[in-house]
Write a protein that binds this ligand. Structure first.
Ligand SMILES: [Fe+2]
Length: 215
């Protein structure tokens, strides 16, 4: 398969930033975080190497995610779609015996970050994909995380708060706040960013016994 031109990655990241900019009008914690992330992405870090194409089983859910989009994110989905199979998908958690199939249903593609093609130690930008009928168990990390829902409705829990954000909505996870997501019939595709003092420490599961996981 032909490689993806460099300009396609710039277009994708530029469109992610454009969607983030839509949240600047809120004048709240989300808009503050968006402003912080956009500033860290300017200028975009240099491309440090090729995109390490990394097939992950969860990417079998991409097509259903594209079908689960909405008008609010249609342009972003149309830009992701032709490059989706070339993204550096990975699953970075250690295996857990109580959820043996979880790595088959969750994948992350980081475009900007400490080990991403656009190398930065100060900010991360990427995509999260969660298959249908999947619990992404409670986890936490030092970085401040901002999610932007691209496709799929899921239950998002952070601390004591649960919500079902639609495509086009933002979800902010402050540093070390425990959060989880649970999908139903639809997969979930979302843009994420990380900022703060420590974007190098990976996320870690916080619950040893998540509720039953099914594929
Ligand atoms: Fe997170």
């Amino acid at each position: 398969m032909a490689s993806i031109p460099f300009s396609a990655w710039l277009s994708l990241i530029g469109l992610m930033e454009a969607h983030f900019r839509r949240g600047l009008a809120g004048r709240d914690a989300v808009s503050e975080e968006i402003a912080r992330v956009l500033a860290l992405l300017e200028p975009l870090p240099p491309l440090s190497g090729p995109f390490p194409r990394n097939r992950q089983p969860a990417t079998r859910h991409l097509e259903a995610a594209f079908q689960a989009g909405s008008a609010a994110t249609a342009d972003l989905l149309a830009t992701i779609r032709p490059v989706a199979s070339h993204l550096p998908w990975r699953y970075s958690y250690t295996k857990r015996k109580d959820a043996p199939g979880i790595g088959r249903n969750i994948a992350f593609a980081e475009l900007v970050g400490p080990k991403a093609p656009f190398q930065s130690d100060r900010v991360c930008l990427g995509l999260t994909l969660i298959g249908p009928g999947t619990l992404y168990p409670a986890h936490a990390h030092p970085a401040v995380e901002l999610y932007y829902v691209v496709a799929g409705m899921a239950e998002w829990t952070a601390g004591e708060n649960a919500q079902r954000p639609a495509p086009g909505a933002f979800v902010l996870h402050p540093s070390q706040v425990v959060h989880s997501m649970r999908t139903d019939a639809e997969p979930l595709l979302a843009v994420y960013s990380w900022s703060g003092d420590d974007v190098k420490t990976l996320s870690a599961y916080t619950s040893p016994n998540p509720s039953p996981f099914h594929e």
